[in-house]
Write a protein that binds this ligand. Structure first.
Ligand SMILES: C[S@@+](CC[C@H](N)C(=O)[O-])C[C@H]1O[C@@H](n2cnc3c(N)ncnc32)[C@H](O)[C@@H]1O
Length: 284
């Protein structure tokens, strides 16, 4: 495996030993984590994610490498929309399940603070969950699953008799379309009902970001591009689309500074940029 050590945290008398070793797509969790930390430090914070900031401050990594993948703010807008959908779902399903696929070091569970009647599962590669355990303890309905989501077994560890919302925030781009299809089929066969919320990137956006991603994060590649949303609708007959919109049209964009708001509104009118990232939600 192409394993790149992003950083070895220096052990000193006053510091805990902390080492972060990530490879391939795992490295991208630092991009979204840093975006949330910067948002927390800004005057117009959308997420107020103190935990992300705390984690970033405890990792000795050159976070400049995690910048420049589009606007950091747009990643925060995306996270905010998914938070809203999860909140909405657990309000209507107080005994439901939340499954956050490709959770990275995201603090959604800390932002939402679900009641203990909700069971929350965060899933990522074993190496990522090892890192995660340094910051998030198990307990009170909170569980972490160490697995690639393309593996067949992990879903069996989740109760199958309760409505479930599945979130994949900045994640499915790293799978092939066939892997996404198999994943959706697994989800809709396992859970009785629920929702699946995720984002899709256009092929033009992938092309624009390809070189930067390759140069900055070795071994990382976006694979699943979506230009026609009907192609997604056809991946699983049980999934019915209830939302799709360009991230530039998100209601949370209005919370950004005027200049960025203006740029995003403009981008939403340009065909090649409009569908850079779309947020979608299905029910089953
Ligand atoms: C851009 S990061 C997003 C992390 C998190 N969702 C967030 O919003 O901060 C992509 C994440 O997807 C995870 N990922 C990619 N492919 C995966 C797979 N096959 N199985 C499990 N996790 C995967 C990576 O390890 C990484 O944590």
């Amino acid at each position: 495996m192409n394993r790149s050590v992003l950083h070895d945290y220096t052990v000193s008398d006053s510091n805990k030993a902390n080492k972060i070793i990530l490879s391939g797509a795992q490295q991208t969790l630092l991009i979204t984590l840093y975006a949330k930390a910067l948002d927390n430090r800004s005057n117009h914070s959308i997420l107020h994610d103190k935990k992300a900031d705390e984690i970033v401050r405890s990792i000795d990594f050159d976070f400049d490498r995690a910048q420049g993948f589009g606007s950091k703010n747009i990643l925060v807008v995306r996270a905010k929309q998914f938070d809203e959908w999860v909140n909405e779902f657990i309000k209507s399903n107080p005994n439901g399940i939340v499954l956050n696929l490709g959770c990275g070091l995201d603090a959604r569970v800390a932002r939402i603070k679900p009641s203990p009647t909700v069971d929350w599962f965060d899933l990522d590669f074993p190496e990522v969950i090892e890192e995660r355990r340094k910051f998030f303890p198990d307990g009170d309905g909170y569980h972490m699953i160490k697995s690639s989501m393309t593996e067949p077994g992990w879903i069996e560890s989740i109760p199958k008799n309760r409505p479930t919302i599945v979130v994949a925030d900045g994640v499915l781009e790293y799978l092939t379309e066939d892997e996404v299809r198999i994943l959706f089929n697994r989800i809709t066969s396992h859970f009785p009902s629920g929702q699946v919320a995720f984002d899709v990137m256009s092929s033009a956006a992938m092309k624009r970001g390809k070189k930067r991603l390759k140069d900055t994060m070795p071994g990382v590649e976006h694979k699943w591009a979506v230009d026609n949303i009907q192609n997604v609708d056809e991946l699983d007959p049980k999934l019915k689309r209830i939302d799709v919109f360009s991230i530039f049209g998100s209601k949370y964009v209005v919370r950004l500074p005027m200049k960025e708001r203006f740029i995003y509104r403009l981008a939403s009118l340009v065909p090649n940029f409009k569908n850079t990232i779309r947020l979608v939600r299905y029910e089953f």
